[in-house]
Design a binder for this molecule. Structure first.
Ligand code: NDP
Ligand code: 2IT
Length: 447
């Protein structure tokens, strides 16, 4: 997106120079800077204090070697990272991604987004992200354990309950968090809330597993009901079939929607009568299998190899797989098929061109930073419970999650209106989050 404001355009040019070829990171920064035009015009003090120049530079980027031994006894080497992006409003907080595509650009974009997302939750957490180019697919439990132990052996010196609290993301769920927690405890000899997404028997919070998907639907519900719309009677298409996708599907169905298509990186299933989520959970959470298996077990469903989940006609689209998985052509197709709302469960799943088309076509659009903040919000509630040495009930955490998501919606709407972009939740979310972090940075001096 072309930035019109001179100061921001120059700043972005400089970010492009210093982060050349980091396309995902530049995409995320460009979107935020474009939103900030009305803010810098009103707040010259922020430019004077160099707040934005500081915000686009990670406070610390740690890269390390992760060596481990596979089941055949062969030594394997991966690259590990932690990007500690901004700690102005709390300890660094954000997930760990294990996927062969992981590189510095992807983790910087995710860490940057996390800073704003975490600010929107209203809870005291800074932003970070980490992970490795390790590919968990096809690995045995033993290999996963040895990788996680090796990864944490180095990471342990950089994290801590009051310093930096990692959690899950793509390829990291309860199993991986458990192995990492066990290794941290062994190295430090302390039982603290250094990770979130832990098992329920050792400090995990109820609702954390469901939180991102449920939160996405709570946010979407707010956005829809403001226009007199809802999930009830709508057909829903979801990309991905991992943690976020599964619990988005569960809540969307509870709210009266019919989830008719889901995908994985190999292909997608279409089940016009509504996907049987128990079958998906068995395939994905228990067997760690492929989504094609669904069509074998539910004969009324069809499986199609390859991308293309967005060609299935629907009223509500929930991209919950990965970045840039919904591009301009997909957006055109969704619009032609009558889709009226898109809410991002994944981080940056829609390309800038796709978003521009949705906005131009009047499709309701919920940006990731706001819409998928439920996961990290419940992570912060897990940190609180760990500090209190307490465990809250499912109902208690779920009702706090609902309040937080409604609060984020209100904040994004209010900021959008106040800065002359009524109804634009992207601008609203970016501005509300930015102002909170910027204020904290101003008070803490140049650092
Ligand atoms: P999972 O690993 O549980 O699931 C990821 C899903 O996305 C899988 O179905 C996977 O398919 C698919 N996928 C991943 N990469 C690709 C790709 N390159 N092309 C096509 N499909 C792909 O991860 P999560 O559900 O936790 O994360 C999904 C998204 O949500 C990510 O963007 C993540 O950053 C974001 N997110 C996660 C939160 C959380 O609490 N977990 C919180 C907020 C955002 P396959 O199995 O074939 O690889
Ligand atoms: O992108 C995200 O917000 C996450 N992967 C969750 C981070 C967390 O700390 O729970």
């Amino acid at each position: 997106m072309r930035i019109k404001n001179n100061y921001l355009a120059n700043l972005f040019e400089n970010v492009c120079r210093t982060n050349a070829n980091e396309i995902e990171f530049l995409q995320a920064v460009n979107e935020v800077l474009s939103s900030l035009e009305p803010v810098v015009e009103r707040r010259p003090d922020l430019a004077a204090a160099g707040v934005i120049e500081r915000l686009v530079e990670p406070e610390r980027l740690i890269q390390f070697r992760v060596s481990w031994t596979d089941d055949a006894g062969r030594v394997r080497v991966n690259r590990g990272y932690r990007v500690q992006f901004n700690s102005a409003i709390g300890p660094y907080k954000g997930g760990l991604r294990l996927h062969p595509s992981v590189n510095a650009s992807i983790l910087k974009f995710l860490g940057f987004e996390q800073v704003f997302k975490n600010a929107l939750t209203g809870l005291p957490i800074g932003g970070a992200k980490g992970g490795s180019n390790f590919d968990p697919k096809g690995k045995s439990d033993g290999e996963i354990m040895r990788f996680c132990q090796s990864f944490m052996t180095e990471l342990a010196r950089h994290v801590g309950a009051d310093t930096d609290v990692p959690a899950g993301d793509i390829g990291v769920g309860g199993r991986e968090i458990g192995y990492m927690f066990g290794q941290y405890k062994r190295i430090r000899n302390e039982f603290t809330g250094v990770l979130t997404g832990k098992g329920l028997t050792f400090g995990g919070s109820l609702v954390r597993t469901e939180a991102t998907g449920y939160g996405l639907c709570y946010f979407t519900q707010e956005m829809l009901s403001a226009r007199g719309l809802g999930f009830a009677g709508s057909r829903i298409v979801i990309s991905g079939s991992g943690n976020v996708a599964i619990y988005a599907a569960e809540k969307a169905a509870q709210l009266g929607g019919r989830v008719i298509a889901m995908s994985d990186s190999n292909g997608y299933i279409h089940d016009p009568e509504g996907i049987d989520l128990a079958v998906i959970k068995q395939i994905k959470e228990v067997e760690r299998g492929r989504i094609s298996e669904y069509a074998r077990r539910v004969p009324r469903a069809a499986y199609t190899e390859g991308p293309g989940v967005w060609s299935v006609p629907c009223e509500i689209a929930l991209p919950c797989a990965t970045q840039n998985d919904l591009a301009l052509e997909d957006a055109k197709r969704l619009c032609r098929n009558g889709c009226f709302a898109v809410a991002e469960g994944a981080n940056m799943p829609c390309t800038a061109e796709a978003i521009a088309l949705f906005q131009h076509s009047g499709v309701l659009f919920a940006p990731a930073k706001a819409a998928n903040a439920g996961g990290v919000a419940v992570s912060a509630l897990e940190m609180s419970q760990n500090s209190l040495r307490m465990a809250w009930s499912f109902e208690e955490v779920d009702s706090r999650l609902q309040e937080i998501m409604a609060g984020i919606y209100r904040k994004a709407c209010a900021a959008a209106s106040e800065y002359g972009r009524p109804g634009d939740l992207i601008c609203g979310a970016n501005i509300a989050a930015f102002l909170k972090v910027a204020e904290a940075m101003l008070w803490q001096g140049v650092a």
